[in-house]
Design a protein around this ligand. Structure first.
Ligand code: TIU
Length: 221
């Protein structure tokens, strides 16, 4: 059993064999200059600060054989898996499926939809394509985790208050324990990031624990 003593709201203990590193939506369209996210006026620097810590954490996780699973938010080219309520959101000229700077926005197979080069998954690491904000909704993530005997998630990726939060909430209701790594999650809105993390750890860890990746890396064998 490994323990992160300085986690919020208290120590987080986990077993490597029942823990996975979940890397949420580290996609070009959310993170890269010139991508969809930036075209909406967002400061991608707020998300890009997660890349360095994630590169280091993934290397250490691979070295000790920790399971890594990646997700991507996006839809089928015919958008048949995108509910009208999601499709109709956002600026009229920049909706899901519209042409964007790096291909059709949030459409599977497009350049912008794929994971950034720095964090390219290894061939044996599952990549879960998800149509929702939460990684459990309409995906086989629960099955993949159950097959691997995973009960504990180290949660990373973007954005803190949207896909990370939704996924952590879904994971809680399915019985998983979540440690959210503060330096490996990011939001376009610093205030939402800060409060999003506070919301995880509040009320005795209502949705889980919060720590930095350096603390996890120091605890790994
Ligand atoms: N992955 C994810 O968080 N998708 C979003 O749409 N995030 C926003 O912050 N918009």
């Amino acid at each position: 059993m490994l323990t992160i003593a300085a986690a919020r709201p208290g120590p987080y203990s986990f077993d490597l064999s029942t823990t996975a590193l979940l890397v949420i939506d580290m996609q070009r369209d959310f993170l890269e200059p010139g991508g969809f996210g930036e075209s909406l006026g967002n400061d991608v620097g707020q998300l890009r600060r997660t890349i360095g810590p994630l590169v280091a954490l993934m290397a250490d996780a691979r070295a000790v054989g920790l399971s890594i699973l990646h997700t991507r938010e996006g839809h089928l080219p015919d958008l048949s898996d995108c509910p009208p309520a999601k499709l109709s959101r956002g600026a009229p000229s920049k909706r899901i499926g519209d042409p964007g700077p790096k291909g059709r926005i949030l459409v599977r197979g497009e350049y912008g939809h794929d994971i950034i080069d720095e964090l390219t998954p290894l061939p044996d690491e599952p990549v879960i394509d998800k149509p929702g904000k939460g990684a459990f909704h309409a995906t086989n993530l629960d099955v993949l985790l159950t097959e691997r005997g995973i009960r504990s998630l180290l949660v990373t990726g973007v954005t803190t208050e949207v896909c990370v939060h939704t996924t952590v909430r879904e994971a809680n209701d399915r019985g998983y324990e979540c440690l959210v790594l503060a330096d490996c999650v990011g939001s376009y809105f610093p205030e939402f990031h800060r409060v999003g993390l506070d919301m995880i750890a509040a009320q005795g860890g209502i949705f889980g624990w919060v720590a930095d990746s350096a603390q996890v890396r120091a605890a790994l064998p």
